[in-house]
Design a protein around this ligand. Structure first.
Ligand code: ATP
Ligand code: MG
Ligand code: MG
Length: 540
């Protein structure tokens, strides 16, 4: 509830300077439209939304950081807008870095004119080495006129222009390497998805960020702590251009074990068809985890609980799914499914003649979930694992029915079974013993009347895509992909399951929580994805 939420975030502030009455606080979420949002992005988006809209009566900006036309697509941009809406995040204004290409260009000219930037054609590897070693570029002290002329050449996208970039003239050998003359403009004659072929030069993130933040009235720029070293550079650019002050505030990047949260790697997984798409339930995208059965309130709760910590930890999925379980348990109606290959026919002695239909609560505790039909008859099905555990004359409980005593067990010896000689139960006779105490039995067994329109359903479970807890620099993604990540079982379910719709979250008794991914229709089977609950620390 809201009380809980307030608790989680009680000590949670941007340490805001100059907040005033809070109405001036402006934050921004600046995704690059180069992939679908993942749960790391969800953290950034939710934190910005939290400070702008919950903690203060301020403003949230959404800014598409679209400066690399090679990686960006309209499809991604549309998906980002949809996913934010899905999370209940509504930006007060939406803009694009590309809206400011003219202004950014003008600011760059000004930097050059002020002697704060220069054109450089040092080869990429050499430039990297020089920056490492604290050696000045041969072009560092070029004349302003020459720098301007080269920038104009870059603007045409010519063969000569492509050789050049513009660098801020900050420092050659500052101990903070981010201060060693960072590149602020590159020549790239690619067609941009919004500005077409108008521009052949593109500003770098380091240059755009402080300028547009100041320009749009951002008061607090929240960034992951990997950017801490670049805060000095950000502040330097604000000063050099005499722009309004913006505070930087760092928060921990969110990482999960056995999971990659890099759009580059996720794109590779999608492109090489290791998954069905960006919304595959194995993907750590917002769409992926939702398709796996994560709910939005649980996602919000989980992320805001991480709070303002600056420690980068490799989170376990256990608490992620355990948080979700709290949210889905009260909404998950309960049904019964029995594995198709493992179903054992049972004759119930003492059952009333014919088929009796009763209305029962879909959940014994949460009666607001409505009623379902439970069919009782003499012929029922139970699962092999249950049947195989029964002893002659043992008293067991048939869930939602009552106790019964095992009267007859028919076996066959399965010659293929290991260890050899393992028996398969081929049939059972159970005698109802309804006066027996259900609290005294140790076996509570799910069953289905065979005399109903059983619904075929495929139960699908998934494993992590990655075999290693944390990929290190130099690890090849392809060397650490799990071979089999999808596990399918055919089952039959009670007749009520025919009415379930896509996205319904349910529980199959003793099998766990599932999200319906495909509804039963025209004789085609329903598909249900197992929702992890975090119990054992693995997703399966
Ligand atoms: P990726 O490496 O996946 O491409 P990115 O940082 O380049 O991530 P952006 O679209 O630029 O992707 O990110 C938008 C915002 O989300 C940024 O503010 C970024 O810091 C934040 N962000 C990205 N990944 C994470 C993460 N794992 N945890 C927290 N915030 C993140
Ligand atoms: Mg980025
Ligand atoms: Mg990145």
């Amino acid at each position: 509830g809201t009380e809980e939420k307030a608790d989680e975030t009680a000590n949670f502030d941007i340490g805001l300077q100059d907040v005033g009455d809070g109405t001036s606080v402006t934050t921004r979420f600046p995704p690059e439209p180069s992939g679908y949002l993942h749960i790391g992005h969800a953290k950034a988006a939710l934190l910005n939304d939290y400070f702008a809209h919950e903690k203060y009566k301020g403003t949230l900006l959404l800014r598409f950081d679209d400066t690399n036309p090679l990686k960006e697509k309209q499809e991604y941009q549309d998906a980002i807008i949809e996913d934010l809406a899905l999370m209940g995040i509504k930006a007060d204004k939406t803009s694009y870095t590309s809206d400011y290409f003219q202004e950014l260009y003008d600011y760059c000219v000004r930097m050059i004119k002020d002697g704060n930037a220069y054109a450089d054609d040092t080869l990429q590897d050499k430039m990297r080495q020089e920056r490492m070693d604290g050696i000045a570029s041969a072009r560092r002290d070029s004349r302003v006129e020459d720098n301007l002329a080269r920038f104009e050449e870059m603007k045409t996208g010519s063969a000569e222009g492509i050789k050049w970039c513009i660098r801020a003239k900050i420092s050659v050998d500052d101990p903070n390497k981010a201060m060693r003359d960072p590149v602020i403009y590159r020549c790239s004659p690619e067609v941009h998805h919004r500005t077409g072929d108008k521009w052949k030069i593109y500003p770098t993130y380091d240059f755009c960020c402080p300028i547009i933040d100041a320009y749009e009235g951002v008061t607090h720029a929240l960034r992951t702590t990997e950017y801490n070293d670049r805060d000095a550079q950000y502040q330097w650019i604000l000063k050099a251009l005499n722009l309004r002050h913006v505070y930087n505030w760092g928060f921990a990047r969110m990482n999960f074990i056995k999971t990659v949260l890099s759009k580059r790697k996720l794109t590779r997984i999608v492109d090489t068809k290791k998954v069905w798409g960006w919304d595959d339930p194995r993907m750590p995208t917002i769409r992926g985890v939702r398709r796996r059965g994560m709910t939005v309130p649980a996602l919000r709760e989980f992320i805001l609980k991480q709070g303002p910590s600056k420690n980068i930890v490799n989170l376990d999925w256990t608490t992620f799914w355990a948080t979700n379980k709290k949210h889905i348990d009260p909404i998950a109606a309960r049904y019964t499914a029995i594995a198709e290959e493992a179903k054992v026919p049972v004759t119930i002695i003492g059952a009333r003649e014919g088929v009796i239909t009763e209305e029962k609560d879909k959940h014994a505790k949460y009666t607001n979930l409505g009623k379902k039909k439970v069919l009782f008859s003499k012929d029922v099905l139970i699962e092999q694992v249950d049947a195989a555990s029964f002893a002659q004359d043992e008293e067991i409980t048939l869930m939602n029915w009552g106790n019964a005593i095992v009267r007859k067990i028919s076996h066959s010896i399965n010659p293929l079974a290991k260890p050899s000689g393992l028996k398969t139960v081929t049939g059972l006779e159970l005698e109802l013993h309804l006066q027996g105490d259900v609290k005294k039995t140790s076996k509570k067994v799910t069953w289905l009347s065979a005399d109903q329109n059983l619904v075929p359903v495929e139960l699908v479970d998934f494993d992590y895509l990655i075999t290693k807890d944390k990929l290190e620099d130099g690890d090849e993604l392809e060397d650490f992909l799990t071979k089999q990540t999808e596990f399918r079982i055919k089952a039959v379910a009670d007749c009520n399951v025919a009415e379930l719709e896509v996205d319904d979250i349910i529980q199959f008794d003793r099998k766990g929580y599932f999200r319906i991914d495909k509804a039963f229709a025209h004789g085609e089977l329903a598909v249900a994805f197992q929702i992890p609950t975090g119990k054992s620390g693995v997703t399966r």
